[in-house]
Design a binder for this molecule. Structure first.
Ligand code: HAM
Length: 427
């Protein structure tokens, strides 16, 4: 039996890699003052019918539940965020700076960089209309990639504004209801032969290509570029009017992040959506944000050798030299775990050689040997790297190792588990 196409099994080493990414997402979001939220995996289908845009609707996993409700597995989290904010925004000071890391589901043709489930880091600022918010979220997406050691030679933010195309539509008499298909044709143009795009655009093909090729400055885009420049991030972004975004709700700034060589699909995408919350029936509220998936990001990091996630290792392996001292050994294991150490030991009697091999293979810093000396309350503590051993009283083991142990403390332990070193300096 295989998993369904486009769905992944996460063996421990895969999960370590995935969690290293998620841990970094969370750390960089916190650095920008974002707080985390989440919503339901299953939502009323209606939420997406009204909000996302028809392309995404074709990809929704939908069914009726046992109560006869039409439901959907979330293909994105922005409509959920809009619903949550609309319901309770009065409880929070504006602007809201919120992030989430949901698993989302889309029935796409599974291919490189596109699966039917992925984890998507979403960072959104709500209740702030100034372009500073647009700059802030774009800078955040750049800094996430910089934190892995990627530079302007590795990726680029392609920046545009829906306003460019709205003005174009007004000038060329493109009616409201035709605009979405125009945006779709522009959004797809890089993945299609030029003739196909020309065919889809009809008489607008000439003007569309001219606008893209000439790339005349558009004030809000220039201001965002200047804002990034002021932060020293100017080399990471470029004006590019081919970016319109497939989703229907964007109203202003739109951007997508790509690898420089153009090998992969988009690493991230987002923009401003000032009408979405009002469309859900709430007070109008400006909003801007982006989503970054784990799939393309993971492929890029692997290709560039920027992330090697290690499996979490225990701190200590307890060697049980004779079965009759097992009860003392188990008591020690329990005590050390209570003290916050990660401890492993043989679950059944085994030859000493095998136990030492296991300790080596686990990569522990210390092994503790429990043998007949335990009857007198003494144990041997060996530092694996130096192979130096000390015989110490059982009760002293905790404090002895506490001093020489790597950390400890929950945050750094979690970071280490996820392949980051404690107190890691991010650029
Ligand atoms: P999106 O462009 O549809 O935007 O998705 C954002 C990112 O999610 C993409 O750039 C890509 O990295 C990843 N992604 C999307 N679909 C797949 C897939 N099938 N397999 C793997 N990765 C995928 C949104 O979803 C917006 N809601 C983002 C947003 C937040 N806009 C404002 N706030």
């Amino acid at each position: 039996m295989q998993p369904l196409p486009g769905f992944r099994d996460f063996y421990p080493e895969d999960l370590a890699f995935r969690e290293a990414i998620r841990c970094r997402w969370r750390a960089v979001a916190r650095r920008y003052g974002f707080v985390e939220y989440d919503g339901p995996v299953l939502e009323p289908l209606d939420l997406y019918q009204k909000k996302s845009g028809s392309e995404l609707l074709e990809q929704v996993y939908q069914f009726s539940d046992r109560g006869g409700r039409l439901v959907a597995m979330r293909p994105e989290i922005t409509p959920t965020l809009a619903r949550m904010v609309q319901a309770r925004h009065r409880d929070y000071r504006k602007p809201l700076k919120w992030f989430s890391m949901p698993q989302v589901y889309r029935y796409e043709r599974a291919q490189r960089g596109r699966l039917r489930e992925h984890f998507q880091w979403n960072c959104d600022i709500l209740g702030e209309e100034s372009l500073e918010a647009d700059i802030e979220v774009i800078a955040l997406s750049i800094d996430l990639l910089r934190s892995f050691g990627l530079g302007p030679q590795d990726f680029v933010v392609r920046l545009s504004d829906r306003g460019v195309w709205t003005k174009f539509c007004e000038r060329h008499g493109v009616r409201e209801e035709q605009r979405y298909s125009l945006f779709q044709a522009i959004d797809k143009m890089e993945r299609r032969p030029r003739e196909k795009t020309e065919e889809a655009l009809g008489s607008l093909a000439g003007p569309v290509f001219r606008l893209i090729e000439e790339g005349e400055p558009w004030e809000p885009v220039e201001r965002v570029l200047a804002g990034l420049h002021a932060r020293g991030l100017g080399s990471f972004a470029e004006r590019d009017y081919r970016v319109v975004r497939g989703l229907a709700y964007y109203t202003g700034t739109v951007f997508e992040v790509f690898d420089r060589e153009g090998t992969f699909r988009a690493i991230a995408g987002g923009g401003r959506y000032d009408d979405l919350i009002a469309r859900l029936g709430g007070d109008p509220m400006p909003a801007v944000g982006f989503g970054m998936g784990d799939v393309v990001l993971g492929e890029l990091l692997r290709e560039k050798g920027k992330l090697e996630a290690r499996l979490p290792q225990p701190d200590i392996f307890v060697i049980i030299a004779e079965e009759e001292v097992r009860p003392s050994a188990i008591r020690l294991v329990q005590r050390l775990r209570d003290l916050g150490f990660s401890v492993d030991y043989p679950l059944h009697g085994a030859k000493l050689k095998k136990q030492w091999e296991r300790a080596e293979a686990l990569g522990v810093r210390h092994a503790i040997v429990i043998d007949v000396r335990a009857i007198e309350g003494m144990v041997e503590v060996r530092e694996m790297a130096s192979r130096k051993s000390r015989t110490v009283p059982l009760e002293a083991v905790g404090s002895l190792l506490q001093g020489s142990a790597t950390d400890i403390g929950e945050e750094s332990r979690t970071a280490r588990m996820h392949g980051l070193s404690a107190g890691e300096q991010l650029p």
